[in-house]
Ligand binder design. Structure first.
Ligand SMILES: Nc1ncnc2c1ncn2[C@@H]1O[C@H](COP(=O)(O)OP(=O)(O)OP(=O)(O)O)[C@@H](O)[C@H]1O
Ligand SMILES: [Mg+2]
Length: 239
């Protein structure tokens, strides 16, 4: 579209509906969500288990189909409707635009931790292979896993896998980070270290959307929305 996308929100969800089909019938997981992600904000999506948080994040990233509505991203001077893109174009756009931390980590089991972190860099072509290896090791060092860099994911703990997933999400230094309970498997001290890292990333201009069921984190987001039964029921902004 125009070159003035910098004045538009980063991502817009318009009347997003997601119905899951199951043997018991149709389950409405998202019931018409309208939500903007502003540039530079640290947006918390808060809600209980089953509220629809992960489903909502999967709409932001375009990894799952929506039943109706639209998700529009205004990035790199262009406005695109995620669900109208081809799988390939979407994967390329995602790789360059966002770092995603999935609730279940989604590390590739046959690759070492270092190779897992190198993956987004090698896929996007943004880094020379030698540079991507060096950067992967730096990121693993940052999450205190450098000593395990050559192990396979099966040989480290859940909390360690979560930290690898965080390192991988930061690999391409993306402008947007989308994180689903990124500290859920971490002890409180490690969780706080990661949260502080996110706060620094936001201060340096990145945008983060993070899902959590921890209402204690509410005051630390620049803005938060609450989701319940597939609907947004509240919003608050840090004063
Ligand atoms: N693939 C699926 N098929 C059918 N129903 C699903 C599917 N995925 C999720 N659901 C249902 O949709 C609702 C929302 O699920 P979702 O995973 O988005 O919740 P959540 O808020 O992320 O929960 P949690 O905090 O436990 O991760 C739940 O009732 C869940 O059972
Ligand atoms: Mg979830």
């Amino acid at each position: 579209m125009s070159v003035s996308t910098q004045f538009l929100p980063l991502i817009e969800l318009r009347e997003v509906v997601k119905n899951y089909q199951s043997e018991a019938g149709v389950y409405p997981a998202l019931k018409g969500i309208n939500l903007h992600v502003e540039r530079g904000e640290f947006l918390g999506i808060i809600g209980k288990s089953g509220a629809g948080k992960s489903t909502l994040l999967n709409m932001f990233t375009g990894v799952d189909q929506l039943s109706s509505g639209e998700v529009i991203a205004h990035t790199n001077g262009k406005s695109i409707s995620l669900h109208e893109m081809s799988e390939n174009d979407l994967a390329l756009w995602r790789g360059r635009t966002m770092g995603v931390i999935y609730q279940s980590f989604q590390l590739l089991p046959m690759l070492t931790l270092a190779q897992n972190v190198m993956m987004p860099m090698d896929m996007s072509g943004l880094y020379h292979p030698r540079k991507s290896r060096e950067r992967a090791l730096e990121l693993l060092d940052m999450v205190e896993l450098i000593d395990h860099a050559h192990k396979l994911p099966a040989y480290i703990s859940g909390g360690q896998q979560q930290r690898v997933a965080i390192a991988r999400a930061l690999a391409n230094d993306p402008p947007l980070i989308v994180a689903d309970e990124p500290t859920g498997s971490l002890d409180s001290i490690t969780a706080d270290t990661i949260f502080q890292l996110f706060e620094r990333l936001v201060q340096s201009g990145r945008t983060i959307v993070m899902v959590t069921h921890d209402i204690g984190l509410m005051p630390r987001f620049t803005r938060h929305v609450e989701i319940e039964d597939g609907e947004l029921i509240g919003e608050g902004r840090r004063s």
